[in-house]
Design a protein around this ligand. Structure first.
Ligand SMILES: NC(=O)C1=CN([C@@H]2O[C@H](COP(=O)(O)OP(=O)(O)OC[C@H]3O[C@@H](n4cnc5c(N)ncnc54)[C@H](OP(=O)(O)O)[C@@H]3O)[C@@H](O)[C@H]2O)[C@@H](O)CC1
Ligand SMILES: [K+]
Length: 520
């Protein structure tokens, strides 16, 4: 699904109203109803006995007023605190007018801030996508008062003070710290960035039937891939994958192992042969036709013992890789996991970049070598896949000012070097050479464990060797399946107990879920 800017979201609202011949008041009623439904399924009216709605002067505040009415009729004990303003939006005024008179209403002032207990459930409807400047004065006082209360906050659409698509111009200005953010239709870019996590909390999407036609035609570089397990009866929630463009083709009955390619993996150094074991396991489970693993001498017995399905080439050096094998037999080559940063390994990397005629996957120490020898970046073949974590990415580019700056650098890097960059994180961001960025929605914090990246590299290598997949599809599928394998594994091990080896075990089931036709 696409991520739209605040300006595009405003246009989307208007397009929805036009296309569906409805009114903004009706759309606001849908929005408020959607939030009310979410609240009803999360907070029982009998236990949430003090619900405070903080409302600003625009349509976000209008949502809050409409919600207060709906919650009142649903049996919640609600009260309202309203920000005074010179002008209020039309739909705010309408919903103010139809508010049941029995609901207590307080006008906010610096010396009249609302009573907020730790047990109060606060609905933040101060500002949404119409925020035009950092919070100051009374709105800032209200937000600071709220944040100091330790009450549970549910933000409507956006935590107030946060911009939907850009960094805060004033880092000193307060932003509501919500436990939950309930938003409409599409996620906002802000939700996916680590720097905003403390404000957004858990985010949830409610469908309010916004114009799909507008979304389909909207121009944006940002995309989000959400995954919901396909249901046996063919039902899937809106905007879920397998999306038709993100499916792994079924294997033809007469497929031969050449279809799935012969991959070469260069990995391991003394003390880090485990990376080669994990990565090769993931490559095999990822469905590669044949796998050859090149390791330093010290890794030969280990790979031969742990990965009998793979062939193994031992380097003449015992401790690190110093030789590039003959590349002719291979359809894809991966380098980096546990590689180390010896000069001889750097030379191998350079030779590989100069000679390879097939897809490359570059990870870990191979990325660090590229960062330390930037002149090698000019040798990257088109559509090479790089899989840096945040630290490796900083070494390849520059120290970033914030998460938005990092995204700019990410797009720029992928476009400039005509490669695919998989920036690993909670929402792994895959940047394509055309500047499009795809955030991944699968995975869990348990995957922040040693070897997790090595597994992704192996899986990516398998899918890049698969002759049926184009470079971007192979990469997006690998990222999606890697996260999904993590989710399947964590269902057994818990997040804390998750090991990278568990990911390898769950790659098969994860890929099966992504196979075309798995819905039917
Ligand atoms: N449109 C629709 O049909 C639907 C919209 N929906 C809802 O509408 C929300 C967007 O509504 P919105 O565009 O009215 O903007 P909103 O966030 O309420 O703020 C604007 C007001 O705040 C003011 N203001 C801004 N910054 C300020 C500051 N720092 N400090 C003080 N004041 C500040 C600004 O005043 P001004 O900048 O003109 O001075 C203006 O009065 C969206 O998030 C969603 O919840 C849903 O109901 C679905 C249907
Ligand atoms: K809000």
């Amino acid at each position: 699904m696409k991520l739209l800017s605040a300006a595009q979201i405003r246009e989307l609202d208007q397009a929805t109203i036009r296309e569906q011949r409805t009114t903004s008041t009706e759309l606001m009623e849908r929005a408020a109803t959607a939030v009310a439904e979410w609240l009803l399924s999360h907070y029982d009216p009998h236990t949430a006995t003090d619900v405070l709605l903080l409302c600003g002067p625009g349509n976000n505040g209008g949502d809050g007023l409409a919600l207060a009415r709906l919650l009142y009729y649903a049996g919640y004990a609600v009260r309202l605190a309203l920000l005074p303003a010179e002008k209020y939006s039309d739909d705010y005024q309408h919903n103010h007018h139809v508010l049941p008179k029995i609901i207590p209403v307080q006008e906010l002032a610096t010396d009249a801030l609302p009573d907020i207990q730790p047990t109060t459930l606060v609905i933040d409807a101060l500002f949404g996508t119409g925020l035009t400047r950092p919070l100051a004065g009374l709105p800032a006082d209200v937000v600071r008062h709220l944040n100091a209360s330790h009450a549970r906050v549910v933000a409507i659409d956006l935590p107030s003070g946060l911009l939907a698509d850009a960094p805060q111009p004033d880092p000193e200005a307060p932003v509501v710290r919500a436990a939950h953010t309930v938003s409409f239709g599409l996620p906002k870019l802000a939700f996916l960035l680590p720097q905003n996590a403390e404000y957004v909390g858990e985010w949830h999407l409610q469908d309010i039937r916004l114009s799909q036609q507008f979304i389909d035609h909207a121009d944006t570089p940002w995309h989000f891939t959400r995954y919901t397990k396909p249901q046996p009866d063919g039902w899937a929630a809106p905007h879920t994958v397998p999306q038709p463009e993100l499916q792994l083709p079924r294997r033809n009955k007469f497929a031969y192992k050449n279809t799935f390619g012969h991959a070469l993996l260069l990995a391991g150094s003394r003390g880090k042969v485990g990376a080669a074991v994990l990565s090769s396991g993931a490559c095999l489970r990822g469905g590669v036709g044949l796998l050859t693993v090149a390791v330093p001498g010290c890794g030969y017995d280990i790979i031969q013992t742990t990965r009998p399905e793979a062939m193994c080439l031992a380097d003449t050096q015992a401790d690190f890789i110093s030789e590039l094998p003959d590349l002719k037999p291979y359809q894809a080559i991966g380098i980096g996991p546990g590689l180390g940063q010896e000069e001889a390994s750097r030379a191998v990397l350079e030779k590989l970049l100069r000679e390879a005629q097939v897809p490359l996957v570059i990870d870990a120490d191979a990325l660090n070598l590229l960062g330390a020898h930037r002149e090698l970046l000019d040798l990257l073949p088109e559509n090479t896949v790089l899989t840096p974590h945040l630290g490796e990415f900083a070494r390849l580019t520059e120290k970033t000012k914030d998460d938005y700056h990092r995204l700019d650098l990410l797009r720029d890097f992928a476009q400039r070097h005509r490669c695919i960059v998989v920036l690993k994180g909670a929402y792994t961001a895959t940047a394509a050479p055309d500047g499009q960025v795809y955030f991944n929605g699968t995975g869990n914090p348990g995957m922040g464990t040693g070897g997790s990246g090595d597994v992704l590299t192996g899986l990516l290598l398998a899918l890049r060797a698969d002759q049926r997949l184009d470079p971007l599809l192979a990469t997006r599928l690998a990222v999606l399946a890697h996260g999904r394998a993590g989710d399947l594994a964590a269902a057994h091990t818990g997040e804390a107990g998750l090991l990278a080896g568990d990911l390898v075990q769950h790659i098969g089931p994860a890929l099966r879920e992504l196979e075309a036709g798995s819905l039917g």
